[in-house]
Design a protein around this ligand. Structure first.
Ligand SMILES: [Zn+2]
Ligand SMILES: [Zn+2]
Length: 757
């Protein structure tokens, strides 16, 4: 028998294509998970949006998932792995709006069914691109059996989970200030504003305005100055907040007196000149209770009810702005609570599209052309004309944007449904101790700290394409009922649904038990993170089906995603599994770093700062591409500035020498007629053999130790070093041993050592 001869110039992409075809034709992946095994290793795959396109980051995470699963397979375990799709949510809805040419939510409301059908079309049509990548990455995964968050089974499990949480007292409705997207017309959660680059620099107009108080000094009227970067909130100003112990200065401006925090005066040479004449100083608490005239007339009537006065709070920074916080209760969390505390009336003159209502007559445009942010310049101009603005300018600051439509967000008070993180926080922290984080620092670092600071979760969205919140309320009394399954819906309504999306769920109404009113579903749908957080049980339609499967597959042995998921997928899975089962949902959690463009910027499809990974894998072969990534800092939370030239280097430095080593062996073995029928360690006295075998043993141990502990960053170095030892040292020194036509004992030992690679 002879070994197949190799060429000197391997065409890696072509070789790979052959191997992929072989795997496919022989169902190698399926065989790897079936049959008698040492046991099963459980893995959950995080679901991507089907509309997203694969980039270097998604390729890296696929490589890592595959590498761990293959390692466990080599150790004799079965590692079933099922792909998943995150089918709901804003990205899909935005696409549907574009496809249908929809401009306002009214158009959707008129026919939610048509809108959701369009979403369904988008989700159903765009999955094939990923398959090609999955294949080219040489990743083994059950792609056809993928779970979908929009399937009826998945959604029913989510309904069940919601009801469980509700019954445990974890769900409540509240009126609060939340981040709000005017374009998507929905509230968002705090973590939405922390999605990758949601908070980023933006230029905004700022203005310092003067509020005329009812007080005078030396017969001159006293004005309090306040600075804001959201001039659009000024029409809703209801009070001014100052710091109790902050020092304020009364500055003589000739006919008038301006009041501002003393520490801020030097910043405003343009207002106060270099040497302001300070008539008087006082603490913030001395200003408390001072009344002032409304800056704009729209809500002047509220004066009698306690508006337009100075109050003291503990969040004023003496050096920020003018040390006075202009307060509009509907548009800031601090503002909201402050007004509540001091019984100051609440006004909210901004509609769902982010347009001023008719109450704010000067800036209300009947056709709603401008959202409130777009009116900033108009408002500043108007205040200047009225002599109420003292100074204005432009500032670049970090500002939250909608993570999907990329428009700037506003903060706005509205009704929303919340999940009480506060109530289960102790358990969240306790169960985190059970998780093995890789790297270890994440446990008490990024994840632990995130848990500590986590606030109640806004789980409702004022949207359409997601799991409807299964709460029905009476239109006459306060009766409320939560339904947690298709059967429960049938029991109260007599209708058996085979689709749980809004166009069907909203039609379910039934009589109130307490009065003659009708029970109607609340309009909100669930935040899609509630769905992805439910992957552990919902992918198998638990608890309606597969109870045994779930009991033996929860928690998972390992999951892998990039750092961004610490506050997202990892977090939401943890929240739901602790809330429902009081357990973590994963035993080992591997967090890898971020891949950036060559210049350190974020990879972006629109700025075309990276080559499609498919092209690179086809050009250089996937092995070189994978090696390049595995040798990078991105394996351990670091960033990799992706440089394409690194890929052929991997081929030249590692893969080709290894190929040549194999080639060398095959040529000589075929000449000598050496053919190993079984692998065994030779009993050789040769120092080179002894050293090489020791190296092999040592490196194998290192690799095993690293991989058993999921320390993926420690795995590649011993592999590369072993190949280096073989090619640079062992072969060079042993070359002569293969010469000559006789099969000596030494030559045989050399072959037997060599073949072990
Ligand atoms: Zn948006
Ligand atoms: Zn009722």
């Amino acid at each position: 028998m002879k070994y197949t001869e190799l060429t000197n110039k391997p065409d890696m992409p072509a070789i790979q294509a052959d191997i992929l075809a072989f795997w496919k034709n022989e169902n190698i992946f399926e065989k790897s998970i079936s049959g008698k095994k040492a046991g099963e290793v459980v893995f959950y795959d995080g679901p991507p949006f089907p509309t997203g396109s694969p980039h270097h980051g998604t390729v890296l995470v696929s490589f890592i998932k595959d590498m761990i699963a293959r390692y466990q397979t080599m150790k004799g375990f079965s590692v079933p792995r099922v792909w998943g799709w995150d089918c709901h949510g804003l990205p899909i809805e935005n696409q549907a709006e574009k496809d249908l040419g929809i401009e306002s939510k009214n158009e959707i409301e008129n026919d939610i069914g048509r809108f959701n059908d369009a979403c369904l079309d988008i989700v159903s049509s765009s999955n094939e691109a990923w398959r090609e990548y999955v294949d080219q990455m040489a990743r083994w995964v059950d792609y056809d059996g993928a779970y979908r968050t929009m399937s009826i089974g998945f959604m029913e499990s989510v309904m069940w989970a919601f009801k469980q949480c509700y019954d445990k007292g974890l769900i409540y409705r509240d009126y609060r200030v939340t981040p709000y997207c005017m374009q998507c017309e929905t509230s968002l959660s705090i973590s939405d504003t922390r999605e990758s680059d949601s908070t980023r620099p933006r230029q905004d107009r700022w203005v310092i305005v003067k509020f005329k108080t009812e007080s005078q000094v030396d017969g001159k009227p006293v004005y309090i100055l306040a600075w804001t970067t959201t001039p659009w909130t000024l029409p809703s100003n209801m009070c001014l907040a100052v710091g109790e112990e902050v020092d304020y200065a009364f500055v003589d401006m000739g006919d008038e007196i301006y009041v501002a925090s003393k520490k801020t005066l030097p910043q405003y040479g343009k207002i106060f000149t270099e040497a302001p004449v300070i008539l008087k100083e006082c603490k913030g608490k001395d200003l408390a209770g001072l009344n002032y005239e409304p800056l704009l007339p729209y809500f002047a009537d509220f004066k009698e009810q306690g508006a337009f006065k100075v109050v003291t709070v503990d969040y004023v920074d003496a050096e920020d702005g003018t040390g006075v916080v202009h307060t509009a209760p509907a548009f800031g969390e601090d503002d909201y609570w402050t007004c509540k505390k001091f019984n100051i009336p609440f006004v909210n003159p901004v509609d769902n599209r982010g347009r001023f209502t008719a109450e704010v007559s000067d800036f209300h445009s009947p056709k709603g052309e401008k959202n409130v942010i777009e009116t900033n310049s108009d408002i500043i101009r108007y205040l200047n004309e009225q002599g109420k603005a003292v100074l204005d300018g432009t500032v670049e600051h970090n500002y939250p944007h909608c993570w999907r439509c990329r428009e700037p967000l506003i903060y706005r008070a509205m009704d929303a449904w919340y999940f009480s993180i506060e109530k289960i926080k102790d358990d969240l922290l306790k169960q985190n101790e059970e998780i093995n984080w890789i790297p270890e620092t994440v446990k008490h670092g990024r994840f632990g700290k995130w848990l500590l600071g986590a606030r109640d979760w806004n789980i409702s969205r004022n949207r359409y394409w997601s799991t409807p919140i299964p709460i029905w309320e009476c239109d006459k009394c306060s009766e409320r009922i939560v339904l947690g399954s298709i059967d429960e819906i049938f029991d109260v309504s007599g209708t058996r649904l085979d689709n749980l999306h809004r166009q069907y769920m909203d039609k379910i109404t039934f009589a109130c038990k307490k009065c003659d009113g009708a029970m109607k579903r609340i309009p909100e749908v669930l935040d899609c993170w509630f769905e992805s957080g439910s992957v552990t049980f919902a992918q198998k339609h638990y608890p309606f089906e597969n109870k045994e499967w779930f009991d033996s597959h929860f928690p998972s042995d390992f999951i892998v995603e990039y750092t961004g998921q610490i506050r997202c997928w990892f977090y939401y899975m943890h929240v739901l599994s602790v809330a429902l089962f009081n357990k973590p949902s994963f035993k080992n959690c591997i967090v890898h770093g971020t891949i950036l463009a060559d210049d350190g910027k974020k990879l972006s499809k629109s700025s075309k700062n990276y080559t499609d990974p498919m092209q690179l894998m086809k050009k250089y072969g996937t092995d070189a591409f994978r090696l390049y990534m595995f040798q990078s800092n991105a394996m351990l939370l670091g960033d990799l500035n992706f440089n394409e030239d690194g890929i052929p280097e991997m081929f030249q430095q590692i893969l080709l020498p290894f190929w040549n080593a194999c080639n060398f062996f095959i040529s000589y073995a075929n000449i000598d007629g050496f053919y190993a029928t079984a692998l065994k360690e030779p009993d050789s006295d040769n120092q080179l053999d002894k050293w090489m075998l020791a190296e092999l043993f040592d490196k194998t141990q290192q690799i095993t130790k690293a991989m058993d502990a999921y320390q993926i960053d420690l795995y590649i170095e011993p592999v590369v070093s072993l190949i280096g030892g073989l090619t640079n040292w062992y072969i060079r020194r042993s070359r002569r041993r293969f010469w000559g036509s006789e099969m000596t004992a030494d030559k045989k030992n050399a072959y037997e050592t060599y073949i072990l690679f």
